[in-house]
Design a protein around this ligand. Sequence first.
Ligand SMILES: [Mg+2]
Length: 271
Amino acid sequence: MTTVTLANMPIDLSHYEAVLLDLDGTIYHEDHALPGAIDLIRRLQKRGQKYACLSNSTNSPQRLADRLKTMGADVQLDHIYTATRALADYVLTMTAPQRRPRIFNLSTEGMHELLDGAVDWVESADQPCDAIVVGSPVSHYAGEDRQRIALLLARQGARVMGFPDRVYPSPRGLEFGSGALTHMLAYAAGVTPILLGKPQATFFNALCQKLGVNPARCVLIGDNLETDILGAKNVGMSTILTLTGITQRSHLSSVGANHQPDHVIDDLTQL
Ligand SMILES: [Mg+2]
């Protein structure tokens, strides 16, 4: 099989300690796998190479594993690292070991599943609250009435915690991401939000620590110049941009050298 990159050189993934795969826009779009994605995951599994699927999705890792399974990829939960998982891990350390954290959910059912039983849920503005976890504006728990409660809680001192995504692609076009709602709430409350997920170095470094690999010996494959490529480059990873998601080839000319990926591919069949 011939593989072609911008530099016209084949890309060999086998010499990396780990291959990190963004999910939305790289492995799948909505409910269908993108070209070459399932084949790539199966090849990584077959040769026993370390890999992880990562996402700023506010779905739980179990839901993402279920989605991958319907597409034909059997990915174990410990190979899926999401911003939701990172945020849940953070939330659970906030008030330990004295008591359980008191949390208002302005996010998804996936977040509810991850934290239920380990936190005390806040449901109204007159309850004490340690933190608000924020998803995208269309999240199950992010309706307008709950946004108003969250605003009061944040103004009373609850920390505002969310994910860095500005936008995400959907069948209707670009949608406001969880980061957009997180910043809107934080701005209205006059507080600084805590963001967990790509492109933060803590997110990539925590994942590499879990995998037992050196970031400089890893490659990340993703569709987003800012959250995937820049984030991974900042911790020393090699990077491959796939044009199946949010970034178009024309975007490359408008960003600086620190945003440029090592390779650009049309889709994963080129790997
Ligand atoms: Mg993506």
